[in-house]
Design a protein around this ligand. Structure first.
Ligand code: ZN
Length: 352
């Protein structure tokens, strides 16, 4: 059983929120970014790392769980110290998500944190989530509009768990995260994409898609587009795991964002390859479509757990090279302007 989401979306939406796909789409463009501590003006968010995980657990990364709030807070503080003002935490439902802790970390550090709802690609789940495909869109919309439960296990007890709160306010997700496999979109992954599209149509929230080395990226964008998600509300994670500037330009021309998060992955190729690719994309006029993040996502990558290189690697080591390569103006666009634009909730002007 699910009940319809009827709560009004605050933060500048003029239209009421309704559960039905056909009704109530009267809201204009919004101009709002939803963080774990409430809605913010996109212009004031500062410099954002588009992709990290302060909490994470997946069978694909055994022994690498991020489940220690104090350590995650120290690591996040180090990222802020390296020059960033905040992050998108890209952990979706059932992967060790701890949204109430995210809000606490954001409040204590003063950093911006945007939380995710969504269902990842199949490989990340040892067992399926206790949420039926038919209920998934409703759950995603609820987490965006009503709030995220303190514990994802709550979905084993009820389809409509109470949201976690901080200072009396519900903690809500600000983006939808989904994913697909290498040149393959499984039945469940397709259902998650369709649910993400429905939740987007109902809320205007942005959609981050994990792809394996950009395989099937144009197919995913077409599927989302066919179901009402404009490419400008989509970010493709790990674009630089396939550092092909021609493909990147093709994706950027659709309006979608290219998530670069491959710094410090030296086993694949030197960072000069990523810098070359990014510079070539900028040269083709697509500097307005690039996002930068770390996506460390591993205990062994956190200095606060005794690992390397840490979240602060991005600000301390990688950004200086990027600045020298593309210049201050493009860097500011990539770090400040693009993530704020991607994160802004968008809906059709009228009539749905
Ligand atoms: Zn990630």
């Amino acid at each position: 059983m699910t009940r319809e989401v009827t709560d009004d979306v605050t933060g500048g939406m003029t239209g009421g929120m309704t559960g039905g796909m056909t009704g109530g789409m009267t809201g204009g463009m919004t101009g709002m970014v939803r963080t774990v501590l409430g809605d913010r003006d996109p212009a004031g968010l500062g410099i954002l790392d588009y992709h990290e995980h302060l909490f994470h657990a997946s069978p694909l990364l055994p022994g690498e769980d991020l489940d220690d709030a104090a350590a995650s807070e120290r690591e996040f503080a180090a990222l802020l110290h390296s020059g960033f003002d905040g992050i998108i935490d890209a952990t979706p439902i059932g992967l060790g998500r701890r949204t109430a802790e995210l809000a606490g970390i954001a409040a204590r550090t003063g950093g911006v944190v945007v939380a995710s709802t969504g269902r990842h690609r199949d490989a990340h789940y040892a067992e399926p989530l206790p949420i039926a495909d038919d209920d998934l869109a409703e759950v995603l919309a609820r987490e965006l509009v009503v709030g995220v439960p303190a514990d994802d296990a709550a979905y084993r007890r009820t389809a409509t768990p109470e949201p976690a709160t901080r200072s009396g306010a519900p903690i809500r997700a600000g983006q939808i995260k989904v994913g697909i496999d290498y040149w393959r979109i499984s039945g469940a992954e397709r259902q998650a994409l369709l649910a993400a599209a429905e939740a987007h149509r109902r809320t205007g929230a942005p959609v981050m898609v994990h792809t394996e080395r950009m395989s099937a990226v144009l197919e995913v964008l077409a599927l989302l587009g066919d179901h009402g998600v404009p490419a400008a509300s989509v970010a493709i994670a790990h674009a630089d795991r396939n550092p092909d500037p021609g493909l990147h330009a093709e994706v950027a021309e659709t309006g979608a964002y290219l998530g670069y998060d491959g710094a410090a992955r030296l086993r694949d190729w030197p960072e000069s390859v990523l810098l070359d690719c990014l510079a070539a994309v900028v040269e083709r006029g697509h500097g307005d479509r690039v996002l930068i993040g770390g996506d460390v996502a591993r205990r062994s990558g956190y200095v606060s757990h005794g690992g390397l290189p840490g979240l602060s690697y991005l600000g301390d080591r990688y950004l200086p090279r990027l600045r020298r390569r593309v210049g201050e103006r493009i860097l500011d666009q990539i770090l400040r302007v693009n993530p704020a634009r991607y994160l802004t909730w968008r809906r059709p002007a009228a009539g749905g």
